[in-house]
Design a protein around this ligand. Structure first.
Ligand code: FAD
Length: 287
């Protein structure tokens, strides 16, 4: 669905509770964990969904708002479990003019990253399909993502271990970032996901960019191929669920690795289609 087709007529006016920078100060990438208080409990959401944020105008061509989507980073019930908040993970974005080289601030991400506690943040949604918790606790979960694509996995992993305690199946997270300090929720700033390292079923694999200053995508493919045996075994198991989130360029790397494991692009696409037909493959991807 195109952004222009989303219904933005009755936004929920949330209030910013907190905004915490989760990448180092002075570091090029600014990513923030934002907690928003919902105006009422009518707004219900689940892991894997996104919200729309309406950055107030005026904008170009007389637009009164600027809509952008953000993946939900908290489990249903919110970070504190009280049911009246929602969290998102936002990267401050810029666009570069191809001709002049001038840098323009991204409107929604700057609105969010500049907001102060107490400010109103109009949201819509929630949108998209949820990351279903498999019916069996011995199901395997394969999660692949990069950058802010970690947001739905933070929500999902928290939900699984909070609700089910020790999950019996394998939980594997392949997560890519430009550098170690950009390992969101697994760095010195926030360790939300690192907390689950002590769970015997959970393992996270880091994929770092080979040339971070040239915007090379993280080497998700290498991380997957380094663990080829286990991944191939998991992917063929009808008790495995696959979730992919974040920037499409990282997904492309994952697809490449899977094509190698499957032997050809067609073989992987066939296998992927059969997993999807079985409701065991979910994607939340963006440019
Ligand atoms: C389903 C979905 C879920 C999303 N979830 C998240 C999320 O959890 N966190 C998040 O930060 N963003 C997320 N995004 C991206 C987000 O919606 C915006 O596109 C992004 O914040 C830029 O919007 P803006 O208004 O600030 O920039 P605009 O004023 O619209 O300018 C866009 C410019 O920013 C660049 N840009 C857009 N997205 C990114 C990015 N992620 N990284 C680097 N540069 C970018 C583009 O190249 C473009 O030049 C998601 C997008 C989709 C479709």
């Amino acid at each position: 669905m195109r952004l222009s087709e989303y219904d933005v007529n009755n936004p929920y006016l949330t209030t910013l509770v907190s905004s915490e920078r989760i990448t180092p100060l002075g570091w090029e990438a600014e990513v923030r964990h934002l907690v928003l208080r919902l105006p009422d409990i009518a707004f219900q959401y689940v892991e894997g969904q996104s919200i729309g944020v309406l950055a107030p105008g005026p904008h170009e061509f007389g637009a009164t708002h600027h809509l952008r989507l953000y993946s939900i980073a908290s489990p249903r019930g919110g970070d504190d479990g009280r049911g009246d908040t929602i969290s998102i993970c936002v990267r401050r974005c810029f666009s570069i003019d191809d001709i002049s080289g001038e840098r323009y601030p991204g409107r929604a991400s700057h609105f969010l990253c500049d907001a102060n506690p107490g400010d109103i943040v109009p949201i819509t949604g929630p949108y998209g399909v949820q990351f279903e918790v498999p019916p069996r606790e011995d199901a395997n979960l394969l999660m692949v993502g990069a950058g802010t694509g970690i947001a739905p996995f933070r929500a999902f992993v928290k939900h699984i271990y909070q609700r089910h305690g020790a999950w019996k199946g394998k939980v594997r997270l392949f997560y890519g970032a430009k550098s170690g300090v950009e390992m969101l929720y697994m760095n010195d700033f926030r360790k939300d996901l690192a907390l689950y390292y002590e769970q015997s079923s959970f393992r996270a694999f880091e994929a770092i960019s080979p040339r971070p200053h040239y915007d090379a995508p993280p080497e998700i493919d290498r991380a997957v191929l380094d663990n080829a045996h286990e991944i191939w075994e998991m992917i063929q198991d009808p008790n495995t669920y696959v979730y992919v989130a974040g920037l499409m360029e990282a997904d492309k790397k994952f697809e490449l690795a899977m094509e190698k494991l499957a032997g050809s692009k067609d073989a992987w696409l066939d296998l992927k289609a059969s997993i999807a037909a079985d409701q065991r493959y979910a994607e939340l991807l963006y440019d």
